[in-house]
Design a protein around this ligand. Structure first.
Ligand SMILES: O=C(O)[C@H](O)COP(=O)(O)O
Length: 247
C-alpha cells in the first residue's frame, strides 16, 4: 500500500510580488496568488486527488491557499491541523528587505549563503523591529523558543517532530494528506523525504501554488524520487523563476 501526500506552497504573496524577504511576516496573497491557489485545487480534482485532512502553518498565505484550493475541490470541510512548525523559515534581519538590494549590498556569495545554504542563518531580527513576531499571540506558547532567525537546518529540526507526530500517522491511517506551507519549510520536508545532501539542497526551489504529489511506501520513502508535480512544465519554469529572485 502507498500513502498519498500532496505538498502545496502558498500562492504568490504580496511580498513575493515586491521581491521582499518575508519569513514569519504574515502577508496576504496577491490576486495572482489567489488564482494560483484555485488552479492548484483544480489540478488536484483533475488528478482525482481529494485530500482527507490538511495541515497548514500559522501564516495566512498558507491558510488562505489551503482554503481556496480545497474549496475548488469541494473539500473545504475536511479536518485541519495548524502549527508554527510548518511556518516559512524565519529570515531574521532580512525580513522586509529587498532581495535585489540585498544581493547588490552584500554580493553573490553572502546572498546565497543566507538564502540557500544549509546551516548559515541571516543575522537575528531585533524584537523591536516592525517585522518581529515577538509578542504575536499565536506564538505565545513558544516563549524563548521563538526564533529570531533560522537556517534550513533549524527548519528541519522544528519541522520533523511535527512530521513524525502528526502527518505520518494521518498518512498511515490511509488518509490523503495535503500540506499547505512555504518554500523553505517544504524544502526542509523534501530534503528529508528524498534524502538530499546538505550541498545539493541549495539547488532545490519550490514554485508557488503548484501541487507536488508524493506516493510513499510503508517506510514513508518516495516511490518516485522528487515526487510528481501535477503540472510539471509550469512547475519547472516557476521553480527557475524562484531561483532567480533578486537578480
Ligand atoms: O520568505 C520568503 O522570502 C519567501 O517566501 C521565500 O524566499 P526564498 O525563496 O528567497 O527563500
Amino acid at each position: 500500500m502507498t500513502h498519498t501526500l500532496v505538498l502545496l506552497r502558498h500562492g504568490e504573496s504580496e511580498w513575493n510580488a515586491k521581491n521582499l524577504f518575508t519569513g514569519w511576516v504574515d502577508v496576504d496573497l496577491t490576486e495572482k496568488g489567489r488564482a494560483e491557489a484555485v488552479r492548484g485545487g483544480e489540478l488536484m480534482v483533475e488528478a482525482g486527488l481529494l485530500p482527507d485532512i490538511v495541515h497548514t502553518s500559522l501564516q495566512r498565505r498558507a491558510i488562505t491557499t489551503a482554503h481556496l484550493s480545497l474549496d475548488v475541490a469541494d473539500r473545504h470541510w475536511i479536518p485541519v491541523k495548524r502549527s508554527w512548525r510548518l511556518n516559512e523559515r524565519h529570515y531574521g534581519a532580512l525580513q522586509g528587505k529587498d532581495k535585489k538590494q540585498t544581493l547588490a549590498e552584500f554580493g553573490e556569495e553572502q546572498f546565497m549563503l543566507w538564502r540557500r545554504s544549509f546551516d548559515t542563518p541571516p543575522p537575528p531580527l531585533d524584537d523591536s523591529s516592525e517585522f518581529s513576531q515577538a509578542g504575536d499571540p499565536r506564538y505565545a506558547d513558544l516563549g524563548d523558543e521563538l526564533p529570531r532567525t533560522e537556517c534550513l537546518k533549524d527548519v528541519i529540526a522544528r519541522f520533523l517532530p511535527y512530521w513524525e507526530a502528526e502527518i505520518v500517522p494521518d498518512l498511515q491511517s490511509g488518509r490523503t494528506v495535503l500540506v499547505a506551507a512555504h518554500g523553505n519549510s517544504l524544502r526542509a520536508l523534501v530534503k528529508h523525504l528524498d534524502q538530499i545532501s546538505d550541498e545539493d539542497i541549495a539547488g532545490l526551489n519550490i514554485p508557488t501554488g503548484m501541487p507536488l504529489v508524493y506516493r510513499l511506501d510503508e517506510d514513508m520513502r518516495p516511490t518516485v524520487a522528487g515526487g510528481e508535480y501535477l503540472d510539471p512544465e509550469a512547475a519547472a519554469a516557476a521553480a527557475a523563476a524562484v531561483a532567480n529572485q533578486g537578480r
